[in-house]
Design a protein around this ligand. Structure first.
Ligand code: AOF
Ligand code: ZN
Length: 321
């Protein structure tokens, strides 16, 4: 078992290479090992629409006869469906790989256990649940979106030492980190008040990666229609749940909510959040708008000290349950 975990850790590292480009697909890594324990092939899912991790790992093996005695370690259950690419389970069977160790099952309803079944029916030895928690956490956005049929929701704000959000708190370094956070979400969501007050560009110009889709909630019809196709404006909706459901239907797996305070509070009060990222400045500003209060059911995961600002990452304990 410990040996299996060692190779699965390697597969997890490879999966992480997909951080900026794999979404809305999951990040997946695969490692092929021969009976002496030597790694003979590796691969990961680089980009949505391109080869899956298993395909890239198999393609990296020079002598394909070695596959007949190899074990494949893969962070996510091999797929069983024809999507943009053919099923990985069929490839594994066709190549005669006799043993597959899987991190976590695929929550996507077209797969959801069928990949494992296909492999077992073909006589492949299958081990599931190796470093399962780590594999689920790596894809918390993908997993949450398919399980809950709504995007993973991250609430993000910056507050002063005395808890106000209406002042300049960000520094050049924390702004860069915000752009990194944006690059790892499919969409950014703000209220019309934020657009009118700050007219933010909501892009990732200070970091690599694609700029997410911009989503504006504008019940009062205060924002002009966007013409560039990179923005969706919701004017008529009855609840945040409706908006999130619609975004899920559009293939959005994660949303970064960037304020203001009222909007954050609505997400917190509806229980519609998975993570919070709070930047705490070190000065008092004695402002007017109080930052949202944290709800009591959240688990503080880590506090990072960055550039005199404290960055606090909070996870909702219920998210991956
Ligand atoms: C795997 N290995 O590396 C990934 C998988 O449209 P497609 O063909 O790219 O299929 C996308 C779905 O396949 C995605 O929703 C997820 O269920 C699974 N992703 N599966 O076997 C991989 N990225
Ligand atoms: Zn696949």
């Amino acid at each position: 078992m410990e040996v299996d975990e060692r190779y699965m850790r390697r597969a997890l590292c490879l999966a992480g290479n997909g951080l900026l480009d794999a979404s809305p697909n999951p990040m997946v890594g695969a490692v092929l090992v021969d009976p002496s324990g030597k790694i003979i092939g590796e691969g990961w899912h680089r980009r949505c629409g391109e080869g899956h991790a298993e395909v890239n790992a198999v393609a990296s093996v020079a002598d394909t006869s070695l596959l007949r005695n190899a074990t494949m370690y893969v962070t996510l259950e091999p797929c069983s469906h024809y999507g943009k690419t053919p099923p990985c389970a069929s490839l594994i069977i066709e190549k005669g790989i006799p043993r597959v160790v899987i991190g976590c099952l695929d929550p996507f309803e077209k797969v959801a256990g069928r990949g494992v079944r296909m492999l077992k029916d073909a006589g492949v030895e299958v081990v599931t649940g190796c470093l399962e928690k780590e594999c689920l956490e790596l894809n918390e956005k993908f997993v949450t979106s398919h399980r809950r049929k709504r995007p993973f929701v991250t609430l993000k704000w910056a507050e002063s030492a005395d808890g106000y959000i209406d002042g300049k708190i960000s520094t050049p370094l924390t702004s860069m980190l915000t752009h990194r956070l944006r690059a790892t979400h499919d969409a950014i969501l703000v209220g019309s008040g934020t657009v009118l007050a700050d007219n933010p560009r909501l892009d990732t110009r200070l970091y690599a990666g694609h700029s997410p889709l911009r989503v504006i909630l504008d019940r009062r019809g205060r924002v002009m229609d966007a013409v560039d196709g990179t923005t969706i404006i919701y004017r008529e909706f009855s609840s945040l749940n409706d908006v999130l459901e619609d975004l899920y239907k559009r293939g959005i797996t994660s949303v970064l909510v960037e304020g203001g305070a009222e909007l954050h509070r609505s997400f917190i009060d509806s229980g519609l959040w998975d993570a919070m990222r709070i930047e705490r400045g070190c000065k008092n500003i004695n402002g007017k708008v109080k930052a949202p209060c944290l709800s009591s059911d959240c688990e503080v995961e880590s506090v990072d000290i960055v550039d005199m600002n404290r960055i606090i990452n909070i996870k909702n304990v219920n998210t991956l349950i």
